[in-house]
Design a protein around this ligand. Structure first.
Ligand SMILES: Nc1nc2c(c(=O)[nH]1)N[C@H]1C(S)=C(S)[C@@H](COP(=O)(O)O)O[C@H]1N2
Ligand SMILES: [Mo]
Length: 418
């Protein structure tokens, strides 16, 4: 993979491919077998042994604890769709609102449940072969460092998953999100690179893996290039409030543009390594498995790239409206760049009109838009599609993948007018 330049490693897809390749060389050398033999062995199902992930045991422990409270904040049915430890924002509640999602409305995605962590005893460990001075930071020390605020989105890689069922007649694995597993907030914290510098980040460091303090110790690696980016931060505030328990209190990592799970909540440890790092969350899950995707050992499929491009109306699916003129509103977002065009169709894609775009159009966050609709009685289907400054556009369909990630196709939004 020598043609992948270091600066390209900010892009998750390239990063994962490069790392997987290196990993194979390292391990095959260590095991004294050929790389080819190792690939055959992996194809036969040896990956998790090789990665050395203690996931199954942790999963059992987490299940035993599952009768306890899963989410701390109130999540009444008017505000959220309830999937146990996961709560989906109802888009309807975003109409007439400002640019960011209020903390009370922000979606929650917990692999297990929200842990309660005492700020006074919380420590952030930064350690591993990639730092010269391993350290432990207390909350007050972190708060005393220079801070930055950024407006950015966090979106679950499975957002839109339920639409695979409409398209393929079968459900993909996992929470059946509609389009509400995304939120945008103003995050305040310390640049991750400032903390890494304090720990004496080595030039030879390669990967940075934040780890959560939740039951499963959710963790997922990123390249040093992404870790030292301007807007990769250790966030302790969300929309000017201390980070709420469900969103990672006291501190979470914000990794803009990368899939939701990269934004590790309740971070307690950051491993910095001179070697490629792997976890359950980039070998077994958060990968694309399906006939259109090749396995990419040690991952069982193509490791997920960054988030993509989607649009949502600020209206429930199947909402009822009164006949007459309505201002229809919504938001579109792209992880690649600014939204430059949003179109809507009232005739199932036969004809398209331009929606009006509003400022700001932050990337990776979203752009608000609206259009006027003179609604006649009957059953209607509204479609919306967006494009960004780099020419990415929402496709008509998405190839099937077992775990139902990255559904970015145009969706049918049913509306009943009476
Ligand atoms: N420690 C930890 N971090 C985590 C998770 C988790 O379960 N544990 N879930 C991840 C996933 S899959 C997503 S989509 C985002 C959701 O962030 P939110 O709950 O603040 O909306 O957090 C990520 N960070
Ligand atoms: Mo997610």
């Amino acid at each position: 993979m020598a043609w992948i330049h270091d600066s390209d490693l900010q892009h998750e897809a390239l990063y994962q491919v490069a790392r997987a390749d290196e990993f194979m060389w390292q391990r095959s050398r260590a095991l004294g077998i050929s790389r080819r033999r190792l690939l055959q062995w992996l194809a036969a199902g040896g990956a998790s042994v090789l990665v050395g992930d203690a996931w199954p045991r942790q999963a059992q422990a987490a299940q035993a604890a599952s009768s306890q409270e899963l989410v701390v904040k109130p999540t009444p049915p008017e505000l959220f769709f309830d999937y146990g430890s996961n709560k989906e924002m109802r888009w309807q509640n975003m109409s007439q609102r400002g640019y960011v999602v209020p903390n009370e409305l922000f979606f929650v995605r917990n692999h297990t449940r929200t842990p309660r962590i005492d700020v006074s005893t919380w420590r952030l460990k930064v350690e591993g072969s990639g730092v010269r001075r391993p350290l432990e930071l207390a909350y007050d020390t972190l708060r005393s460092m220079p801070s930055v605020s950024v407006i950015r989105g966090v979106e679950c890689a499975g957002n839109g998953r339920s639409f695979f069922e409409n398209a393929y007649g079968k459900k993909a694995q996992g929470t059946q999100w509609k389009l509400g597993a995304i939120g945008v907030a103003e995050w305040t914290g310390v640049r991750l690179r400032d903390v890494l510098d304090r720990a004496g980040l080595k030039r030879t460091a390669k990967d940075v893996m934040p780890e959560g303090l939740d039951d499963l110790k959710v963790r997922r690696p990123m390249s040093v290039a992404k870790a030292v980016a301007e807007d990769t931060i250790l966030a302790y505030a969300m929309n000017s409030e201390p980070l709420p328990p469900d969103h990672g209190s006291p501190v979470r990592v914000l990794v803009p543009g990368w899939i939701g799970v990269a934004n590790i909540k309740w971070v307690g440890r950051i491993e910095v390594s001179e070697e490629a790092l792997f976890s359950h969350w980039n070998t077994d899950t958060y990968i694309l498995i399906g006939s259109d995707y090749q396995p990419n050992p040690p991952a069982k499929g193509l490791v997920l790239s960054r988030q993509n491009l989607k649009s949502a109306l600020e209206l429930d699916m199947g909402a009822q409206l009164q006949a007459g003129r309505h201002r229809m509103t919504g938001r579109s977002w792209s992880a690649f760049g600014k939204i430059t065009r949003v179109e809507y169709s009232l005739d199932r894609g036969l004809t398209w009109q331009l929606a009006r775009l509003q400022e700001p159009r932050i990337s990776p966050a979203w752009a608000r838009w609206d259009f006027d609709w003179d609604a006649r009685p009957g059953q209607h289907t509204i479609r919306v599609r967006a494009a960004d400054e780099h020419g990415h556009a929402q496709p008509e369909n998405v190839p099937w993948n077992e775990q139902g990630y990255l559904y970015d196709a145009v969706v049918d939004h049913p509306v009943i007018v009476a």
